[in-house]
Design a protein around this ligand. Sequence first.
Ligand code: PHE
Length: 345
Amino acid sequence: MSDIDIEAIKTSLDSEIEEAGTLAQLEELRIKYLGRKGIIAQLTSVIPTLPQEERRAFGQQVNDLKNKINSLLQDKQKTISSVPDKETSGPRIDMGMPGIVQDLGYLHPLTKVSEQICAIFTSMGFRVVEGPEIETEYNNFTGLNIPLEHPSRDAFDTFYLKTARASGEHLLLRSHTSPVQVRVMKSTRPPLAVVVPGRVYRPDAVDASHSFMFQQVEGLVVDKNIRFSDLKGVLEVFAKRVFGPDIKMRFRPHFFPFTEPSAEVDISCIICKGKGCSVCGRKGWLEILGAGMVHPSVFKAAGYDTVKYSGFAFGMGVERIAMLKYGIGDIRLFFENDLRFLRQF
Ligand code: PHE
């Protein structure tokens, strides 16, 4: 027998495997014992040097040792892998647990109604454009033929800003979306058909039907041979799409400085169908918007040829349309952010 003590190697192997706590340490042991220059390789290389009669038994021992090392390494590897270490351990995830449902956001009813209004007009060939909420006095008034003595120019009827333009021109929160008419005519040539959604501001005391801020959708069409009947046709399509095919519409003569002739447009009351009720104040009609043919002075201010071109414009309050459509009695509900109200749309 050689003087190599295989039993001693086994004992030390046992304790080394026992101590190894990581896969890296285990790999070191594998190299130490099974590597190309490892203990098993060294023992194997001894075999040919032994006397003939000892070789077989010694070879058998080396082989047994090798098998033992292999199985010890394998077993230990399994235990190490199944114990979570600091990096990989964390809260256990139960894939069978029901998930946490996220509340999905949705659009404000006024945004929806404004988009619906615009969609009706874009389906008729209108383009959607927007303008700034801070306007020049020119675009809000002068360019729209609103005279200097008009009450809405009064400081108490309009939100003026303290800062003015470098030119000295007053800036204000627009009181209607009509200034975008001026902007569009300045930047484009006819034919044009636009709708303009946006917020407007008036220093009104807040009550069930008034707010210092509300939304409008403006419309403007300019081309050759645009007639009042075109305005009526377009608005009738609009009213029937919003309020239903049975709705009736009427034009009442009215005055706006920037249209001539001008009209206020009513629909038959959607509650009483025209018979007269508390919603329509026993009149049977509900006002939904203002409209008219673009005033020649507005065309002149924009540099348009008043002989060649004609056009119509209209403006409506989005809150009013939404209140009529959904039967809402108080405009303040739109702005109070009460989810019990908002979730209904
Ligand atoms: N700008 C008007 C308003 O705010 C509405 C309107 C627009 C009327 C266009 C006629 C034409 O009351």
